[in-house]
Design a protein around this ligand. Structure first.
Ligand code: ZN
Length: 342
């Protein structure tokens, strides 16, 4: 990738209103059968076009083919019973009714590989694909089989690695694992979570990324953020081990967040996806605001390692707002590019 400051998104983009209820997280599909398959592909094409028109450099599928960033993957696995549900506390923050692990987990067939192949066919630009991370997966399930968070995480890591290798084989350039759980369960992340993530990324020739955010702009998350004080230092807990890990890229939330920018110094040497778009507000950043966040980050990450990005997914936003934010990201990155190149 030769572009300086290549822009990308954390992952999700809003879905068209004919596919799923807009401005709603995890909303059910409005189509079924063959119509749903075609509808998802049309939506993916539109998501690619929106990114391309905005000038985004590394394209994603906007997560148009999945309802939820974790459960859609788990739905394709054996060993999990979606009828048998239990209420658990997600990331110590909100209660959710989740499926139950009832037996050994396995992946009978590919989950996203056809979708990734379809994305690959839409563009010659680099593409990135998102998968849930092992630790975030176990936190979204009730485990009645392994009875061990760590054991289940290692099983998921093995399964994720199978999927990641197939995604790489159809031409995905960057595989991103979403691990917001790293910002909550520090001890487990350091004890085995980061090791399990490396297992998921084992043997990859594609670049690998880990996205660690403070979540979508939903109330449970914004309420939680209010309790974190004037400085959010969660990243400090895991960065030293992530710096030593084999993961290539670390995706962070930096726009309107209270994360002290100097924490990025702790992962010096890694590529960093710097979140320069706040996904918890409809207010569209100005290119200058984006540029200012990127300039701040550049004090702690080398220019050839910085990827301007969004804080998190934009699925809950309106399409107009999301498009505006993509354009702001692109324009802000261009301002800083010109400054660097003189
Ligand atoms: Zn996120």
């Amino acid at each position: 990738m030769t572009t300086l400051l290549p822009t990308t998104t954390a992952g999700s983009l809003p879905k068209p209103s004919w596919l799923a209820q807009p401005e709603t997280l995890w909303s059910p599909w409005k189509l079924e059968g063959d119509e749903l398959v075609a509808g998802k592909q049309d939506a993916l094409r539109l998501a690619v076009e929106d990114q391309r028109q905005a000038g985004i450099d590394i394209l994603g599928d906007g997560e148009q083919t999945r309802q939820h960033f974790v459960t859609t993957f788990i739905e394709h696995l054996d060993g999990v019973d979606f009828e048998k549900r239990e209420t658990v506390r997600i990331r110590n923050r909100y209660d959710a009714s989740v499926p139950t692990v009832v037996g050994a987990v396995s992946r009978p067939k590919s989950v996203f590989v056809d979708d990734a192949r379809f994305l690959r066919a839409q563009t010659d630009q680099p593409i990135k694909w998102t998968l849930p991370g092992p630790m975030t997966m176990i936190d979204t399930l009730y485990d009645a089989h392994y009875r061990s968070r760590e054991k289940l995480a290692w099983e998921f890591a093995r399964i994720l690695n199978e999927e990641a290798r197939e995604l790489q084989a159809v031409g995905v350039d960057i595989i991103q694992f979403d691990e917001p759980a790293f910002n909550v369960f520090f001890n487990e992340a350091n004890d085995w979570g980061i090791a399990a993530l490396e297992r998921a990324a084992e043997g990859m020739t594609a670049e690998t990324a880990v996205h660690i955010c403070y979540g979508y702009g939903i109330k449970a998350n914004t309420d939680w953020k209010k309790t974190l004080g004037s400085e959010w230092r969660q990243y400090e807990e895991t960065f030293p081990n992530l710096q030593r890990s084999k993961i290539d890229i670390i995706s962070l939330e930096c726009q309107n967040s209270r994360v002290p920018m100097d924490l990025i110094e702790l992962v010096r040497g890694k590529k960093v996806m710097v979140g320069a778009i706040d996904v918890a507000t409809d207010t569209i950043e100005t290119p200058e605001q984006v540029a200012e966040t990127l300039r701040n980050a550049l004090r702690f990450v080398d220019a050839d390692k910085l990827l301007p990005a969004t804080n998190c997914g934009m699925a809950p936003l309106s399409r107009d707002v999301a498009r505006g934010k993509l354009q702001a990201l692109s324009a802000g990155a261009e301002i800083v590019r010109r400054e660097i190149l003189g």
